[in-house]
Design a binder for this molecule. Structure first.
Ligand SMILES: [Zn+2]
Length: 496
């Protein structure tokens, strides 16, 4: 395995930083997990062609489910409706589940990722975390594991009575029971503390309060304290949907962000996912506190959440990165296409320049890494930097171009997909070779995983699920989650 620690990567073009032109041609010499040297070369005919080297992609927010949610029947819809079907995921071996997810991401050029863990069996969280770590190490990617903390508002944002009232009694009872199985926050925190022992060079652990609407204030406060005390990172969903915004405005009249700030949660140790419904003033506050955001553009479209206010991130200086959230645009974990989506959605229309190309590259290739591993982790790709890099084969994207008419970055932003990712190196180990995962036989693992999932999938009571979805739609549609609409005769009695 000497090649784990040594290697040479030749290139025609190298993106070493976001604010400088591409360099090249040359060769990167990799030793002991870092870039030891850059050797410029004259290139010349017949040396090498079509190789663009970039920092490995960072996926700032994901859940590492090997089975895509659509595949098990959680169809794209509003997040709150989609969640009513998330429980359809078949039980799976936690190692296989993570290894398939991480392997697919690696083939897309993702070398660094946040894994917001969703337990399949909450009593097995420790075993699941250990399995995820084994999967991360086997694939060879850097993973930040966010330990889930959840339990508040388990059925709906706000009082579930108005939801129960819209359902047959048996279904209402079932929803209530599901909520009752969640362990106490104290116990969850105790498990979280023990999981920090799993950390090593490639695997880090973070507090993962799932979102303000799903965690009680006392727990958020304790997480903030412990994060400050130990310097540990926190990863949390925040204001993903309009309904969450309405809930937050109703519950925190002085402002949810103001509240989170008061309890000390807003710091450079925090990364929030989505932030789709942040206001400009809230972005200013996040920027002041050094909080990072994961922009999950595809997920926000597929789950009907909206478009994140990237213009406000840019104006205020909030750092952000790219997150696939297990919901990429074509359901194929394509990080380069995701970058293009962020670009087109936020570049600005007409001649109104909002997101510059430099700022996009800074976000995707540098700030995203900091959002996962902590400030100061990202550095220019060159001598002394971690050997985390991807090689994009530019032959396909440039095959019809008249020489000199379109630059490599123009082509990358407009055309490149995971199909063009040739190699991925993480910590000096070449884990993807010629577009295929080299560390493990991914195709065979995927086949085994899918086969097992089909066998594990149980019969589904679709009419019942449809009733729950319909009741949920009505509950939120009339504003029950804000508490204001829960009036006798309107929300609790009529709809049944
Ligand atoms: Zn998520």
């Amino acid at each position: 395995m000497t090649e784990t620690y040594r290697g040479s990567v030749g290139y025609d073009h190298l993106l070493s930083r976001s604010d400088a032109p591409l360099e090249g041609p040359g060769t990167l010499e990799l030793r002991d997990g870092i870039v030891a040297a850059i050797v410029p070369d004259a290139g010349g005919p017949g040396v090498r062609r079509n190789r663009l080297v970039l920092p490995a992609l960072s996926n700032v927010h994901d859940h590492g489910r090997g089975m895509r949610t659509l595949a098990f029947g959680a169809l794209d819809d509003a997040l709150e409706i989609w969640l009513t079907r998330l429980g359809l995921e078949p039980m799976a071996d936690p190692y296989l589940r993570a290894v398939v997810a991480f392997g697919r991401m690696a083939e897309s050029g993702i070398g660094i990722l946040n894994h917001c863990h969703n337990t399949q069996d909450v009593r097995q969280l420790e075993a699941e975390a250990a399995a995820v770590k084994r999967a991360a190490n086997a694939v060879g990617v850097r993973v930040a594991f966010a330990v889930p903390l959840l339990g508040a508002n388990p059925v709906a944002y706000g009082d579930p009575a108005a939801l129960y009232a819209r359902l047959p009694e048996a279904e209402a009872r079932l929803l209530g029971q599901r909520a009752a199985g969640i362990p106490a926050f104290d116990d969850q925190l105790a498990v979280a503390e023990s999981l920090f022992d799993l950390q090593d060079d490639l695997f880090s652990v973070q507090y993962g309060p799932v979102a303000p609407q799903w965690v009680d204030d006392a727990t958020l406060r304790r997480v903030a304290e412990r994060s400050a005390l130990h310097g540990r990172r926190i990863h949390m969903h925040l204001l993903e949907t309009r309904l969450q915004r309405e809930w937050a405005d109703a519950v925190y009249p002085r402002g949810l962000l103001h509240h989170l700030d008061e309890i000390g949660l807003l710091s450079p140790r925090l990364t929030v996912a989505h932030g789709t419904h942040l206001t400009a003033a809230e972005c200013e506050l996040l920027a002041e506190r050094g909080v990072s955001v994961s922009v999950n553009a595809s997920s926000n479209l597929r789950l009907r959440s909206g478009i994140a206010p990237v213009a406000d991130f840019v104006a205020s200086g909030v750092k952000f990165g790219l997150g696939l959230d297990g919901m990429s645009f074509d359901d194929d974990e394509d990080g380069l296409r995701e970058m293009r989506l962020i670009w087109h959605l936020n570049r600005g229309f007409g001649v109104n320049d909002i997101l510059s190309r430099e700022r996009l590259l800074q976000a995707v290739f540098f700030d995203g890494r900091d959002a996962i591993l902590g400030p100061g982790s990202a550095m220019p790709l060159g001598p002394g930097s971690p050997a985390d890099l991807m090689v994009v084969d530019t032959a396909r994207i440039s095959r019809d171009v008249i020489p000199g008419r379109a630059g490599i970055l123009d082509l990358l932003l407009t055309r490149a997909t995971k199909a063009d990712v040739d190699d991925l190196w993480v910590a000096g180990r070449r884990i993807v070779r010629n577009g295929t995962l080299a560390s493990l036989p991914l195709a065979a693992l995927e086949a085994e995983f899918t086969d097992r999932a089909r066998h594990a999938a149980r019969a589904v009571d679709w009419p019942s699920l449809d009733r729950i979805a319909q009741a949920t739609r009505q509950y939120y549609g009339c504003g029950c989650h804000t508490g204001r609409a829960t009036m006798p005769g309107i929300c609790t009695a009529d709809p049944r």
